[in-house]
Every structure is written in C-alpha cells, then in structure tokens.
Design a binder for this molecule. Structure first.
Ligand code: NIG
Ligand code: FE
Length: 433
C-alpha cells in the first residue's frame, strides 16, 4: 500500500502557523490532541521541554499550534483525540542503520565468544564480506521482505524516520539494489526514509590488492549512477584500519560534494584515525561511533556543527571497552545522537529503545540526552531539523503517545515498548487510536 507524501517543507513554510486553517472566521484543524503532557524536546527547552496539559493542533500533516491547553485559541477540530494523561514525544528518528541486508552472522557471534575479534574475522574474509555475499545472492524481493521485518520492529517502538545505508553490495548492480529496496520500504510503510550510499564500506574480494582502484570506482562511476538515479540522500564511508584510508575517504567525499550530496562518516570506531577532524573538514552532517575520537577532532566537530552519533549497540555487541568521549562532547557543545546501527555483524539491534537504555547505562547519557539523541539531534544528523525532531508549530506532526508517567521511562524499560499510539503527519499509523 502506498502512503501519501506529506506536504513538502517548502510549500508548508509559505503558510501561517499558530492559527490553523481558517474556514469562514473559525479556525479549523484536522486533528486536536488533548489530555496529555508533551516532552517537546524543543531546542533550549529545559527538562525535555515539557508542556503539561498540552494541546496540539494539526493541519495538513503539520503541527499548527502547540502549548498549554488553557491558551489554545478558539477553534474546531474535525477529530479530537483524548489521551488519558499520557506523554507525547516527537516520533523517533533512527539516524544510522544498515537495515537492508540478507542473512545473519550468528556464527561469527559464536566465534567472537570463543576469542576471535571483529577485525580478525574481517581480515579472514568474514565480517562485512560474508554479508556482501548473502546480499548479492538475494533477490530484490527477498531483500525487501527480510528488511521490512526489521523495519516494522523498529516502527512498532515509535520510529517514524530512519536512515538506511547501502554498503553490502559493493558493485553498481547490488548497491543500486539495496538503495532501491530502501526507497521501496518508504513507499510501502508509513515511515520517512533517508538513504545513504556507503560504497566505501569494505573492499570487495574481487578488488583484493587494488583498494585505490575500488575507491576510484566508488567516487566515480558508482556514485555517478546512484546520484543520477536519485537513490542517495547522503554519502558515508568506513574510515578505519580495516576500512578505507583518509585519502580514499577524502576522494569519495569530494566527489559527493561535487554532486551536492552531504556526507557522514564511520569515524574512530576501532582506532583514533583523526576521523572526527576529517568529517568536520567536509562539514559532515554527522560523525558516527567515535569511541576513539580525539579532542582536536571534537573541537572541529563543534565548529562545523557535525553531530556525534553514538552507537551503544555496536559497543556492547563487540564488547568494546573504550567509551566514547561523552564529557568532551558536552564540554564542546557537540550535539549527541543515538542510533541502532542495526546490522548483522556489530549490532543486530532491532530495538532503538534498548539503545536508549544502553546509552544511559553504558555511555552515561542522561535520559533527557538520550531522548534528544533519537529526536532533535538525530533529525539534525539527517539534515531534517527544520521538519522533525521536536514538537513545535510548523514541524511535521510525527509523534508517539506513550503509556508512561515520566519521559525518563522511554529510556528506562528493558524489553517491551510503552509506545501506545504512533502518529505520522497527524495520522495514526501504529498502535491503538
Ligand atoms: O557500523 N563499521 C562498519 N559498519 C558497521 C558494521 C557492519 C558489519 O559488520 O556488517 C558498523 O558497525
Ligand atoms: Fe554503521
């Protein structure tokens, strides 16, 4: 089933907010949401930007008015939802995923538990290459169905926007196949999808010993085809001792920027490769992982406005011990996002809520920081901060109604989801009405 496109931001910005649509002299909203508290997560807001006894008025898929119910202007709604004192947050944004892949790597999980490391398995031809073989062998239909199951698990918890990377095809045909599947998922499900071309994820076997040549293929013909077909919204690379070098990454990024595509980087995950600084130099939307990021790089990220995407699932699943420098991100006022990094090797995480809990318990984020990490800051990491990530007049009406008594509960529960109703563009798309 195809879902209607929401009003594009540009068209919506031409409208007046704070009033709602006017029919005659009366303000008429499509929907009105009452008898709830809101964790608006608005920038600069204290304590989750909470509004108690909130009213949210929605018209044409966007929030047209939000504030204390006592101050709601006089108007009429075609439908009113009374929420029984529950909490509302922005729809969750999972800003770093490798959702589209075929098969699993449970065998490697067993090997790692017997002592093999992630890097050793990768060097022996397993790791990402194993998933490349499975993904190349899978039909587009099979890839779609396998990935859709994972997508729906995330959506059931309140994810309304998701980033999906390629990177398990590593040739033109299969990278396109992955990105087409990501676009298909967006057409078939009530979720916003941002795609990222990650051709520089690993060296495919057929290029052994010819890494520069492969990097030129990624930056040249591969990117050209993918950009021409409009299949990518951004470009990413895995810069690491077991991934690509700084100069190969720079070549890919320069090509991306030449085509007007923003970049993001898997940076400083397993070693300090000065990845944070490189990402900042290219004005990257985000630098991701960052366990080994150094202070200079963090300072550069702050100056460039590059978001730090923290991935506790990979840290946990690879049993890493080096914590990301959260205190330095705070000190330099680098925005922190949190994402699932869902992938078959380092983070088989079909729960973003569990990532919130881990971001708090493992990385020391406060529950308010964790929630900002999957709302406001995650939207910024995708270049969507104008439209998403906070409950504010003018933004898209994507939100979640939770069966909780305090917004810290979103990060608190382990297993199960307190998400009760999931709303996208003002329409209930999941849970109960
Ligand atoms: O984000 N670091 C590289 N990419 C993924 C892992 C991919 C895989 O192992 O299949 C990550 O952790
Ligand atoms: Fe990743």
């Amino acid at each position: 089933m195809a879902w209607p496109n929401l009003m594009p931001a540009q068209a919506a910005r031409g409208k007046t907010y704070g009033l709602g649509g006017k029919e005659g002299n009366l303000i008429v909203w499509d929907t009105l949401w009452l008898e709830a508290n809101a964790a608006t997560m608005a920038a600069g807001g204290k304590d989750y930007g909470a509004i108690f006894d909130v009213a949210i008025a929605v018209k044409d898929g966007r929030i047209t008015w939000i504030g204390p119910r006592a101050e709601l202007p006089h108007g009429e709604a075609k439908a009113t939802h009374r929420l029984g004192g529950r909490w509302i947050t922005p729809g969750l944004v999972d800003c770093h995923t490798h959702l589209v892949f075929a098969g699993d790597r449970a065998g490697e999980f067993e090997q790692r538990l017997k002592g093999a490391t992630y890097a050793q398995i990768a060097r022996a031809g397993g790791g990402i290459r194993a998933t490349v073989a499975n993904t190349r062998a899978a039909s587009e239909e099979q890839l779609l169905l396998e990935s859709e199951t994972r997508l729906r698990a995330l959506m059931a918890e309140g994810v309304t926007t998701i980033e999906i990377k390629s990177g398990y095809g590593l040739d033109v045909v299969n990278e396109r196949k992955m990105l087409r599947v990501a676009r298909q998922l967006a057409r078939r499900n009530p979720v916003t999808v941002k795609t990222t071309f990650l051709g520089a994820h690993a060296l495919p076997q057929e290029y052994d010993g010819r890494q520069d040549e492969y990097a030129r293929l990624v930056a040249g013909p591969m990117l050209e085809t993918i950009a021409q077909e409009g299949l990518a919204d951004a470009v990413d690379a895995f810069m690491e001792t077991i991934g690509f070098t700084a100069s190969q990454t720079e070549m890919v990024f320069a090509a991306a920027q030449g085509r007007g595509l923003p970049v993001k980087l898997h940076a400083d995950q397993l070693s300090d490769s000065d990845g944070a600084a490189l990402a900042a130099r290219f004005g990257a939307l985000s630098a991701d992982h960052l366990e080994y990021a150094n202070e200079d790089g963090i300072r550069a990220m702050a100056a460039a406005g590059t978001v730090a995407v923290l991935l506790p699932g990979a840290f946990y699943f690879l049993r890493e011990t080096k914590l990301p420098p959260v205190e330095a991100f705070r000190r330099h006022e680098v925005k922190m996002a949190v994402a699932s990094d869902i992938n078959p090797g380092s983070s088989p995480a079909r729960s973003l809520l569990l990532m919130l809990n881990m971001a708090c318990t493992l990385f020391g984020l406060t529950p308010a920081e964790a929630l900002a990490g999957v709302t406001r800051n995650a939207a910024a990491a995708l270049g969507l901060a104008d439209d998403l990530g906070a409950l504010e007049a003018g933004k898209l009406a994507d939100f979640v109604v939770w069966d909780i008594n305090h917004p810290a509960e979103v990060s608190y529960w382990i297993g199960g989801s307190p998400a009760r109703t999931i709303v996208r563009g003002g329409i209930v798309v999941g849970g109960v009405q």
